[in-house]
Design a binder for this molecule. Sequence first.
Ligand code: AGP
Length: 590
Amino acid sequence: MCGIVGFIGDQPAAPVVLRAISRLEYRGYDSAGMVSVSNGRIYFQKDVGSIADVQRKHKLDRLPGEIALAHVRWATHGRVNRVNAHPHFDCRKQIAVVHNGIIENYQELRAELEGRHKFVSEADTEVLCHLMEDYIEESGSLEEALLRAMDRLKGSYAIAMVSSREPEKIVATAKDCPLIVGLNGNSHFVASDTFSFLDQTNEVVFLEEGEVASLTKGGVSFLNRHGEEIAKEGQKVDSKWEEATKEGYDSFMLKEITEEPQAILRALMQDRGLITELAREISRARQVVITGCGSSRHAALLGSYLLSKLGGKLCHVLTASEFHYFTDSMAKDTLVIAVSQSGETADVIDGVKRAKARGVRVFSIVNVVGSLLARVSDKVIYINCGPEICVAATKSFIGQVVIFYLLAFALMGKLEEGIRKLELVPRQIQENFEQIDGKLKELAQRTKNENNFFYIARGLNLAIAAEGALKLKEISYIHAECMPAGELKHGTLALIEEGTPIVAICARDDTFYETLNSVEEIKARGGYVIGICAENNDSYDEWIRIPEVQEIFYPLVAIMPLHLLAHHVAVARGKDPDRPRHLAKSVTVK
Ligand code: AGP
């Protein structure tokens, strides 16, 4: 949700910043901008569109100077237009600010400042520019003024600023939003995600709540929330630079779906000792709460079924945005498992902080190395699936699910056996993909004009049905709803009409015949049944084959067909699957 990059060094900054911010497009693509400082003057360009669109139109990389900031926006306050794009300025255009997050009390602040300052945008960020304008007159430096301004701000933020009054530096701070400083000799970065500059340096400093960083060519210094100088050591992030390109695929989504078999193998690369230790903690905990949002919540849901079915442990799944309504009833010996691809999702971080404040232990399942969630958790398991660029989660979902399989097998005391079995699944998924992809494309053509889809399953596969429905609505904008097959007759059956598409996951497990009963009820009302099953059945109007596997592995082989179906429907409707409207990959606002 909005991305920031800043660079200062001994070379033209704009091309460096452009390259880095382009890697953060997943954080926002409704508008973008860049600001640089050269010979004591501020230069900027900003506009509506993705960073690539704005570069094409305004040649951002030609902005002069060796200091620059850039921003990609996902609108929170104010419409998508040029004026609301970042950077924002004070009245005299001496201070330029880029911001990720939400200043919750911006209306009060704006009311206070409006008489004396001229506001030009609807963005919450602009109040900070004008506050800075006031405080810089009274304070000796940008840093001091920023610290004073922070006392007035409520909400969450990662902020970077430059000023023609102090043209040799970038000043940055963060609260509840990620901001990372990258150190590389005389060149320094500040960014929302290390991924943006990891090809240049992997030596980083994570800004903790309320700390202020000053980046100059001479080095980087840090202040704590009280303005006292603090020493912060750079640390090496242990992740390799992987340039995320489409590699000939039409979209990142399609590329990432095809990486799902590989994602299983990568998620299996775990420290066995850690998995066993965490399984022990799950077993000992009085209550286990698993939390996440969106696809990560679906992985959590499947995790709860696995931990119950294989490990005999009943776990509660809490949607992260609802987590805090339950915190008061959490006992100390509760264990929280937080699931997040980005490790930045504000609702997840908030829940984890609340849990920790009650003395609850937290471990997390994360993809992005060194992310906020990873840092606030007591223990972290990385899913190792590499950068996931598409807003819609695909390979990360399967990676998260694999971790729950491992934990469940470890709970049974059968980790090694489980790993051996899991290692066989990717090949089956791959072979099946080659057989069904053409059919899924035809099905997408046939169903692309539908207004509603329903997804049903039972047991372990319910989370997969939920994931399929989310993916379809997220990128194709068709309404899709998932429910346990048994729930249909309690209301939703009333919506089934002649031709209504229903995707039914009919796993060849102990749920098979009961799910088939629901299929029959749908057929009797004219529904168009798409059966996801290892074998065909007269009740299906369309059969999408999945390989025959051991009962507990059906969720793993059913994911890819549903991700592909969503992708193909979106493409058939002329939508860009990588850039769903109104969404962003990292949801850093609550
Ligand atoms: C999934 O396709 C969505 N884009 C979204 O629901 C996502 O899973 C959710 O925002 C959680 O993100 P996280 O895994 O980074 O926490």
